[in-house]
Each structure stands twice: as C-alpha cells, then as structure tokens.
Design a protein around this ligand. Sequence first.
Ligand SMILES: [Zn+2]
Length: 129
Amino acid sequence: MTEERARLDTLHTTYPRVFSTGPLTWGFEHGDGWSDLIAALCANINEILESEPDASMQVKQAKEKFGTLRFYYRLNGVNDDVGMRVRRTVALAEKASGCICERCGCLATLRAEAGWWSTLCTSCRTDST
Ligand SMILES: [Zn+2]
C-alpha cells in the first residue's frame, strides 16, 4: 500500500462526522494523485459540519467517473445553509479533479483518448500509452 493510500484509509478516523458510518465499503475508487484533494475536501466538510452540533455526513462512494471525481454522500441534521455550503464544497472539489493528475497529483488536463476520459499530466499520459 502506498503512503497516499494509507492516508486516505485513515480519513474516517480523523473525520468521524464526515464518515459517520465508518470507512467506505469499496474504499476510494480513484488514483492516488487525488489524495491531497480528498484530504482537503474532508477537512473543509468537517469544518462546515462543526458549525452545527448535530450535523453529520455519510460518504457513500468516492470514485473516478469520466475522468473526474464523483463524491456521493448523504447529509444528516443539517440546515439549508450548511447543506448548501457542503454541496458547493463538493462540487468545487469535483471540478478541481479535472485539473489534477489522478496518478501523481501534478497539474493535468481532462481529455478523452479512444473514448476513454482521464485527467493525467503530460508525463503520466505518455507512460500510459
Ligand atoms: Zn501525473
């Protein structure tokens, strides 16, 4: 297991309010390059949730789809303001994933090759072909 992967696997213990039902069933279904993005996203969500005593989240799935991050979740005990702030934060991270190499975390571009969408930097894209 890589260091990045190990860090992702501790997020549910670092942010129990974000992962209120424990670790993800299928783990993080994306490359290690997005681990900083995911860690920042969870930290931001946690901070928003802390503004409301009963607010929590159940992360259902975090995966790559068509080259970008998809973060599926359910919110519990949040008011409209907190819900909106969380949705914006998640949407921003999903958008940002289209500029971050899924393999190494460098600046990257979202592109389709042979009908397959991916966000990879120039050197990772060269390696994969
Ligand atoms: Zn790369």
